[in-house]
Write a protein that binds this ligand. Structure first.
Ligand code: PA5
Ligand code: NI
Length: 186
């Protein structure tokens, strides 16, 4: 008799994963030295404050395998810059990734190797194709938790050092207001 396997589940509302072994990592404000533009504001913050949590299915690694994870990015700011993930290129630069917006609202910041940046709006149901050779960072511009599911090749790896000088675009309250005006004016 064929048997039916119950696959892991993602809760569409909370973005929580269940039904399979999970791994979790929380990144606190204190871990994000040098990430935010306003160093003084960063130093004034509580280093134990959770900025984002990633839950991941504990699945096999290796050629052809895929990882699945959900990032839960808390709302907040350092100075006037919104909470965001550290951001990275893949160590294997040519490897892409897919993000799906699940809850909350924010932006996906993409940066090519030549420094060119672009933004995509992240919201429940949004699909983001991140091509190879493209650094990526989630930014929470809303008042609720921003949750997004990601799927990527397990061989991709993370290269954080390549962007230790920061992304070429910073999303602050001022920038957001400017962009909102541009949308209005067409
Ligand atoms: O694979 C991804 O791109 C995501 O799961 C990120 O790793 C996650 O959002 C955390 O961001 P970062 O790895 O830049 O700290
Ligand atoms: Ni990635």
């Amino acid at each position: 008799n064929p048997s039916i396997k119950m696959p892991p589940q993602v809760a569409w509302d909370s973005g929580s994963l269940s039904g399979a072994p999970l791994m979790q990592k929380t990144t606190h404000l204190g871990d994000l030295n040098g990430i935010f533009a306003d160093d003084e504001a960063w130093r004034g913050g509580d280093p134990a404050l959770a900025v984002y949590r990633v839950e991941m299915l504990d699945t096999p690694s290796g050629d052809g395998e895929l990882y699945t994870g959900v990032t839960h990015l808390n709302p907040g700011r350092v100075g006037n810059e919104f909470f965001m993930t550290r951001g990275h290129f893949h160590a294997r630069r040519e490897q892409g990734e897919v993000y799906f917006g699940l809850r909350g609202e924010g932006l996906l910041l993409l940066q090519a190797e030549n420094g060119q940046t672009r933004l995509e709006r992240v919201q429940p149901g949004s699909i983001h194709i991140i091509p190879g050779l493209t650094a990526h960072r989630l930014i929470n511009t809303g008042h609720d938790i921003l949750s997004a599911l990601a799927v990527w090749p397990s061989i991709a790896g993370h290269d954080y050092a390549a962007l230790s000088g920061g992304f070429a675009l910073r999303v602050t309250t001022d920038i957001l207001k400017l962009m909102a005006k541009e949308v209005q004016n067409g």
